[in-house]
Design a binder for this molecule. Structure first.
Ligand SMILES: *[C@@H]1O[C@H](CO)[C@@H](O)[C@H](O)[C@H]1NC(C)=O
Ligand SMILES: *[C@@H]1O[C@H](CO)[C@@H](O)[C@H](O)[C@H]1NC(C)=O
Length: 137
């Protein structure tokens, strides 16, 4: 009886230890991961599906909240069907960073992926440098 009780308590405290950990890494770490992923996508010279056109995101528009822009970037990339595998890790990280359910993205203006990715890279590096990692909502 006693030993099994002790085992139960040990298990319980182990479970508490696990559940008290944050489920997602801090935003700063996710940003770093995104920056690395974008660098990796560029490592082969041209980015995968370089000629695919995606909706343009107004990364330099300071009127829009960062969360919104990150969400729009995720939406734009999610529409790249041909190189889905290559962009999946990036999309997943963007999703966990902005934490929004949805956002508005107009596809009136489209740009090539080879221009989109450097813009996203610049934007995320700017956020990283500012230490202004947006808090997940
Ligand atoms: C896009 O990538 C393909 C394959 O790497 C290459 O043949 C093509 O020239 C690239 N297009 C541009 C505009 O760089
Ligand atoms: C890079 O981002 C900064 C803000 O973080 C912006 O002012 C600048 O215009 C951007 N450059 C390019 C080439 O997008």
């Amino acid at each position: 009886m006693l030993p099994s009780l002790r085992t139960a308590f040990a298990l319980l405290s182990l479970l508490q230890l696990i559940s008290s950990r944050p489920v997602t890494p801090p935003p700063q770490q996710i940003l770093k991961e995104i920056i690395l992923l974008i660098q990796q996508l560029h490592s082969g010279g041209q980015v995968p599906c370089n000629d695919t056109r995606v909706a343009q995101v107004a990364f330099t528009d300071r009127q829009l909240p960062e969360q919104e822009l990150l969400c729009q970037a995720e939406m734009a990339l999610a529409k790249v069907t041909k190189c889905k595998k290559s962009y999946e890790p990036l999309i997943t990280n963007l999703k966990s960073l902005h934490g929004k359910k949805d956002c508005l993205l107009s596809d009136d203006n489209e740009i090539y992926l080879r221009h989109f990715l450097p813009a996203l890279g610049n934007f995320t590096q700017g956020l990283y440098r500012l230490q202004g990692a947006p808090a997940a909502q």
